[in-house]
Design a protein around this ligand. Structure first.
Ligand SMILES: Cc1cc2nc3c(=O)[nH]c(=O)nc-3n(C[C@H](O)[C@H](O)[C@H](O)COP(=O)(O)OP(=O)(O)OC[C@H]3O[C@@H](n4cnc5c(N)ncnc54)[C@H](O)[C@@H]3O)c2cc1C
Length: 445
């Protein structure tokens, strides 16, 4: 898909989440005009920060990963002293114990029964002597990194709860770089010297904006080269077989386009093409699934809930996978004497009949039973829906995407960018890098 920039022409960007905003930001740096069409009433997509009374919280536990120096420097430049360096580790809640996240062998051994602990050590030592083939599934990655026993205790339950799929049907990339290998050196260091090892990011050091993750994107939309149309749902992409010629907004307004960047979920993009694509392509697009997430927010009448950035819950009997507390990322996100927590509950958007109030009651009752809070401390509750939280990367996805991307490559003025458009497990630093690269390419034409 090549993209040629005519003088004074605009880039039309579909979707105002991180990918859309970052593309428009980098375009503005090159004095290229862009216009964003966003379906909802605010920009930020799944990275929005919501302000409710005196509380700020993100749509899911977000943090800025310091993985790409150029991108991190750009974020520092944009946010200045609004960007905080945070040190707030996370924990795993297992049978009423808190274990370090990521798992540390010493910590695991002091929590589990002796025979299970010995089995874990044995399996991990054996792993060091084995040569593994490149893993094809998440299950294989987990076994190679942690051995079977440890994987089954913590990783499989969690993964299957989060993705709604068996871990031997999911691609290794769903690990998102979070599986720290328990190599021989780290096992010895931890077993005999109780030393921590690993990356700063995994051990709880990260960047976070003072008033929530969403401020990153709010701070990137201040240029005269950028235009934003909110409540503007893209409903059709009209094409001539070689180019996208027009887009339709809210089933009424039709706009001529020259260059077009889509951040929409790829299945929606295929469905919106007009003339419609053939049945086989539609079937493939429909078969791509997303995992939804209910974000259950509880405002609490106490200064803190815990001292962790996030707490992970692998137990399948508990409906939520993770609880995060914004105040442990930035103290400015709640009043001094109050806090707020967000419980993440994965669900299937295509089969959802969850009653939000029942879900909230269940969460409060579980937390009360675990002695994590008292019902009387709950001030207000709210539930938010993310129907496109995670693209489900099962083993058939690669083949399906090859067919769809090959088909879309005929539209010479169309570029796809972002997590759900590329159907990849991307983070915002990846998206920034890709957006910058795309704009560099355009500006050279
Ligand atoms: C729980 C959770 C935790 C995460 N944690 C982190 C983290 O710690 N760090 C990190 O870097 N990343 C994290 N991510 C990933 C991050 O949220 C995504 O990478 C990012 O949101 C992807 O941005 P995007 O613009 O591609 O898509 P989205 O955020 O999905 O934005 C797409 C936008 O398109 C709009 N749209 C959809 N359909 C239409 C239409 N028809 N017309 C117009 N507009 C439309 C949507 O309203 C939305 O605003 C996390 C994600 C989740 C779910």
């Amino acid at each position: 898909m090549s993209l040629k920039m005519k003088n004074n022409s605009k880039i039309h960007i579909l979707g105002g989440g991180p990918a859309g905003v970052a593309t428009s930001y980098y375009a503005s740096q090159k004095k290229i005009n862009s216009v964003i069409y966003e379906a909802s009433s605010a920009i930020g997509g799944n990275c929005k920060t919501i302000k409710l009374d005196d509380f700020y919280f993100d749509l899911g536990a977000h943090r800025f990963h310091d993985k790409n120096e150029n991108v991190t420097n750009e974020i520092k430049k944009i946010l200045g002293n609004q960007l905080l360096k945070v040190h707030s580790p996370s924990k795993i809640f297992y049978k009423n114990n808190y274990l370090d996240f990521p798992l540390r062998i010493f910590n695991v051994l002091t929590t589990l029964k002796m025979n299970i602990g010995l089995k874990i050590v044995y399996e991990n030592f054996l792993n060091q002597l084995k040569t593994f083939k490149s893993p094809n599934t998440f299950e294989e990655v987990a076994y190679q990194n942690y051995g079977k026993t440890l994987s089954k205790l913590f990783l499989m339950n969690y993964t299957e709860k989060l993705w709604g799929e068996s871990s031997n049907k999911l691609l290794p990339s769903i690990a998102g770089g979070r599986l720290k290998n328990l190599n021989l050196k780290s096992i010895i260091a931890e077993l005999f010297f109780n030393q921590k090892s690993g990356s700063k990011h995994l051990d709880g050091e990260f960047w976070y904006p003072k008033f929530g993750f969403g401020t990153i994107f709010e701070s990137m939309k201040n240029s005269p080269y950028q235009e934003f149309f909110l409540n503007s749902s893209v409903t059709r992409l009209i094409h001539d077989g070689k180019k996208i010629t027009k887009i339709e907004i809210n089933q009424s307004k039709v706009i001529n386009v020259n260059q077009i960047v889509s951040t929409l979920p790829i299945n929606l993009l295929i469905k919106f093409l007009y003339p419609v694509v053939d049945e086989k392509l539609l079937m493939i697009a429909n078969s791509l699934k997303f995992r939804g997430l209910k974000l259950c927010v509880l405002m609490l009448d106490r200064p803190y809930f815990s001292d962790n950035a996030s707490i992970y819950f692998p137990d399948k009997k508990i409906p939520f996978t993770r609880i995060y507390e914004p105040k442990n990322r930035s103290k400015f996100t709640a009043p001094n004497d109050k806090t707020c927590i967000v419980a993440e509950v994965p669900y299937k958007p295509e089969k959802s009949n969850i009653n939000n109030q029942e879900l909230l009651d269940q969460i409060v009752s579980i937390l009360e039973q675990k002695k994590m809070l008292k019902k009387s401390e709950v001030l207000t509750t709210k539930v938010y829906d993310l129907p496109f939280a995670y693209p489900i990367l099962d083993l058939e996805v690669k083949e399906k995407l090859n067919i769809l991307f090959k088909f879309l490559s005929r539209f010479k003025n169309l570029h796809l960018i972002g997590r759900n458009a590329n159907f990849e497990y991307q983070h915002t630093h990846d998206i920034f890098k890709n957006s910058n690269y795309l704009i560099e390419k355009i500006s050279k034409n």
